[in-house]
Design a protein around this ligand. Structure first.
Ligand code: PAF
Length: 282
């Protein structure tokens, strides 16, 4: 695996590869890699001649400075995992390399409704930060294919919108399924921050979503949502939200006509760690 830290060296390399007709797949990450990331690398390897990944813990997307400080960093392990998965190229820039003029304060992506609901509501500024870094990374890599995990359902929708807004419409967005531990917990870099007791409790978030999926009634969904929230609280999780929404627009659905495709989404704190998960329901 070739490792680049400087944008210019990385771009020179990519330009040569593109001139040789190589198809580029891109898996952006913030490190602390797990099997879910590995599956994204594997998907990219199937569709492309070169798979590029990036590791950059992007400061602009952390609305909570403590969350940024405590974000797990496991670089050596990450490099080994990427190499074992067959990733050809890794970009690991510094903050100065990505934001040479500091963080732009005037840049605002028009994400519309997506920015005001669910993660947008509970993590103000988060998606602007995600867009800021992904925009820069896409400008640098200009991949044929981009790979993201469905675990960050709303982020996938935001990045789809970013691709439109920035005119990078030649990039195909591939959304890959969530990877789960045997007990159902969605794999996430933040799981590394759970203590032993919390780790045992954490799958309650998945079970609450499964409860919604298995009991989905036609008509009013309010009491089902309430019972799912109760399941979290009973397990000492502190929910930010549990929502049932249209799978394509993320508009909340309170009465279901059995026709719409639905997704259930949840975010909850376990101690200091904020977990998110989702399940497509039908
Ligand atoms: O999902 C992530 O790991 C990050 O939000 C991303 C897409 C790499 C941007 O920093």
């Amino acid at each position: 695996m070739i490792l680049f830290r400087k944008k210019t060296d990385f771009q020179t390399y990519l330009t040569t590869q593109k001139q040789r007709g190589k198809k580029i797949g891109f898996v952006p990450t913030m490190g602390a890699l797990h099997q879910g990331h590995v599956s994204l690398i594997e998907s990219s390897r199937k569709d492309n001649s070169i798979t590029v990944s990036s590791i950059f813990v992007n400061p602009t997307q952390f609305n909570d400075p403590n969350d940024f400080k405590k974000y797990p960093v496991t670089i050596e392990n990450d490099i080994n995992k990427l190499e074992a998965a067959g990733c050809e190229v890794l970009f690991m820039p510094s903050v100065e390399e990505i934001y040479p003029d500091g963080v732009p304060s005037d840049l605002k992506y028009d994400l519309g409704y997506l920015e005001t609901i669910l993660e947008g509501k509970y993590r103000p500024g988060h998606f602007q930060g995600v867009c800021m870094v992904v925009h820069r990374l896409l400008d640098i890599v200009k991949p044929d294919n981009l790979y993201l995990g469905q675990k960050d359902y709303q982020q996938c929708m935001v990045i789809r919108r970013l691709i439109e807004l920035t005119g990078h419409t030649e990039i195909k967005l591939n959304i890959c399924p969530t990877f789960r531990e045997p007990d159902g917990l969605a794999m996430s870099s933040r799981n590394l921050r759970l203590n032993e007791e919390e780790r045992k409790t954490a799958p309650a978030i998945y079970r609450a979503l499964l409860h919604i999926k298995e009991n989905l009634p036609k008509g009013d969904l309010l009491s089902l949502k309430e019972s799912a929230v109760k399941k979290l609280i009973d397990n000492r999780l502190k929910p930010d939200y549990i929502e049932i929404a249209d799978a394509d627009t993320l508009k909340p659905i309170s009465k279901w006509n059995a026709g719409q495709k639905l997704v259930a989404l949840a975010a909850a704190y376990l101690g200091e760690v904020r977990l998110i998960d989702n399940l497509v329901l039908n």
